[in-house]
Design a protein around this ligand. Sequence first.
Ligand SMILES: Cc1cc2nc3c(=O)[nH]c(=O)nc-3n(C[C@H](O)[C@H](O)[C@H](O)COP(=O)(O)O)c2cc1C
Length: 167
Amino acid sequence: MDIYEIVKKRRSVRSYKPEPVEDEKLRRILEAALSAPSAANRQPVYFVVIKEEKIKHQLKNAYNAVWFYTAPIIICVCSIPEKGWKRGDGKNYADIDATIAMDHLILAATAEGLATCWVAAFKVPDVKSVLNLPQGIEPVALTPLGYPLDHPAPTYRKPLEEFAHII
Ligand SMILES: Cc1cc2nc3c(=O)[nH]c(=O)nc-3n(C[C@H](O)[C@H](O)[C@H](O)COP(=O)(O)O)c2cc1C
């Protein structure tokens, strides 16, 4: 699959097969995330890969959707704001760097035939406490990772003319 096929194939998948993800695939997609660019190459990004059923169960307070726990793996991407590059006006790019790394991971997962779903609607204090995140490490997004049970239809996108302006 080339990059255009991968971006077209990716969907937010909300049902997963219970079969495990191969370790080599997991490693490859984490390496893809590590290849992501970051502002001033500060790499203020940290991933937590959750396979343990006990920890997944504890996360239910943080994000209570039944489908989320059908996947064999849950991944949390975090930013480390104190390591992030700051623009002259003070804007910290750590969350953006974490988001780029997560997007690399998600596209690599798609290329491997795996599925994901960005999740941001979680309770931050619960995720921090269940994952035992040290102070200064901020969870930015979660995703399940596993083999999809179905392939949802594409969702609506606004017309390109509304999205991009070529001058
Ligand atoms: C930053 C971000 C946060 C999201 N948070 C959630 C979420 O908390 N729960 C959920 O079910 N989907 C979440 N989504 C998935 C979006 O609903 C989905 O990407 C959008 O509807 C487009 O569908 P598609 O991903 O299949 O193209 C999130 C997506 C993004 C990019």
